[in-house]
Design a binder for this molecule. Structure first.
Ligand code: KET
Length: 445
């Protein structure tokens, strides 16, 4: 039988291959079919069909690629540069990931304990989770962010789906809104986390800065520990924001990536969200366990949509499934199981809150130490924002030229907007950072 002679076969699979062959060769003469080496996708001498692609820029945070646009313009990958830098005093303050006093990544004790429990339980299986993820994790996550006594939970008005950490929760929520909400524009803070505009644009929404939000628009709010500024509204200001937003029929979409990291208390950091839920209105909340449980690489998060009625919440969930299923089918099981073990067990939960407070306190102590170190050096300028700002980051006010100078001369790596991760500092490295800041601000760059 010739290669293209499957049709004469009686075997069903040969007949299917024959049909496929006829489709592929329709409109193509036999000579061209035989000269496969002339084809652009074959392994022949021709160039790649992707040859026209330009090198895409690295991500500003995860790729650490600050692009400096001053007197001489160059860009480089800070991770690569940091890793290549042989200097013993090099310091990476780029990504918002917690480090110990020794500069090491931290796996929480409670996480280790929960993982022990999980691996020793032989009844655990690796079947697919439902499209909405682990049910118990979803319930516990809603309670964690909205409060155990939340009327919205009691009245079954909340739908929660497990998503791929904070980013995945924002992406799923964004696409849900793009498909079903009457307004297609989301107003995002300026400045904000660099990934926000990209996530929402790809989800199908238009992104704008919040100069003037028309009636009914979606507004993205950092629930606490605003990234990158570290400046949060007071509760009184949140109340004004709530009243204003509700009066204009705006839809709040909270990004909660740092619950517990701002104040050290999970409940305190959730207060702004709970104020909005308490008024009986609707909102979306994207939760991440990357920072507060140190589960960065496990990609554990949740999207909750608070609705006005239980039947609406049920229909919302059915539509969320239609967003998720073709995107990644269903979420991973391991990280969500770790979170569920910790949230369901009173002892583990209490231990977690202590460890979380420990991380938050260490960051606050770094703020004080850096502030004192600059004061001791008589560094020009008002540096009180270092102790006033909240959460993982300090928005130093250093410009890209100053950041570049600190990288070149002091081996200190950070994003080009002058954001430093306080969680990457330690008592040992504070003097080095203070020396660098002092040098750079007295140099008039
Ligand atoms: N929201 C905010 C405000 C945020 O800072 C991050 C991560 C996320 C969501 C997403 O986190 P996830 O890991 O998807 O749960 N920010 C740090 C890491 C990153 O850029 O991915 C950062 O700013 O360094």
């Amino acid at each position: 039988m010739k290669t293209n002679d499957f049709s004469s076969s009686t075997s069903p699979s040969d007949r299917r291959i024959g049909a496929l062959f006829r489709h592929l060769t329709a409109g193509t003469d036999a000579d061209r079919v035989s000269s496969v080496f002339a084809s652009p996708t074959s392994g022949g001498a021709g160039g790649s069909v992707f040859a026209h692609l330009v090198q895409a820029p690295e991500d500003a945070i995860l790729g650490y690629l600050p692009t400096f646009s001053f007197s001489f313009s160059f860009s480089f990958d800070v991770t690569v540069a940091y890793n290549k830098d042989p200097s013993p005093i090099k310091l990476n303050l780029g990504v918002g990931a917690y480090r110990t006093e020794e500069g090491k990544p931290l796996v929480l004790n409670v996480v280790r304990k929960a993982e022990q429990q999980l691996v020793s339980d032989r009844s655990r299986i690796k079947e697919y989770l439902p499209i909405v993820g682990l049910g118990e994790f979803n319930k516990l996550s809603a309670k964690l962010i909205l409060g155990a006594d939340s009327p919205a939970i009691r009245e079954n008005r909340v739908t929660t789906v497990e998503c791929l950490s904070g980013t995945g929760s924002l992406r799923v929520g964004g696409e849900f809104l793009a498909r079903h909400y009457h307004q297609k524009t989301i107003y995002i803070p300026q400045p904000t986390w660099g990934n926000h505009p990209k996530i929402f644009t790809l989800a199908g929404l238009f992104t704008r800065r919040p100069w003037c939000c028309p009636q009914g628009s979606i507004v993205l709010l950092h629930a606490c520990a605003h990234n990158p500024t570290g400046v949060d509204p007071t509760l009184e200001q949140w109340e004004q924001i709530r009243k204003l937003m509700r009066s204009k029929g705006l839809m709040p979409f909270f990004d909660s990536a740092y619950q517990g990291f701002a104040s050290g208390s999970l409940d305190t950091d959730a207060k702004p969200i709970r104020m909005f839920v308490a008024d009986g209105g609707e909102c979306l909340v994207a939760q991440s366990y990357a920072k507060n449980m140190g589960l960065y690489g496990e990609r554990v998060g949740a999207l909750s949509i608070v609705c006005k009625a239980a039947d609406v919440a049920g229909r919302v969930e059915s539509q969320l499934k239609l967003v998720i299923r073709p995107m990644y089918s269903n979420p991973p099981i391991h990280g969500a199981s770790i979170v569920a073990v910790i949230l369901r067990d009173r002892n583990l939960f209490n231990e977690w809150t202590l460890e979380l407070k420990g991380m938050a306190d260490r960051i606050i102590s770094m703020r004080k130490q850096l502030f004192e170190a600059l004061r001791a050096r008589g560094t020009p300028g008002d540096w009180t924002h270092i102790i006033k700002q909240i959460g993982m980051f300090t928005f130093t006010g250093l410009n890209p030229a100053q950041v570049s100078y600190m990288t070149k001369e002091y081996h200190i790596y950070m994003t080009s907007d002058g954001r430093i991760s306080m969680a990457g500092l330690s008592s040992k490295t504070v003097p080095h950072l203070a020396d660098a800041i002092h040098a750079v601000v007295t140099k008039a760059l």
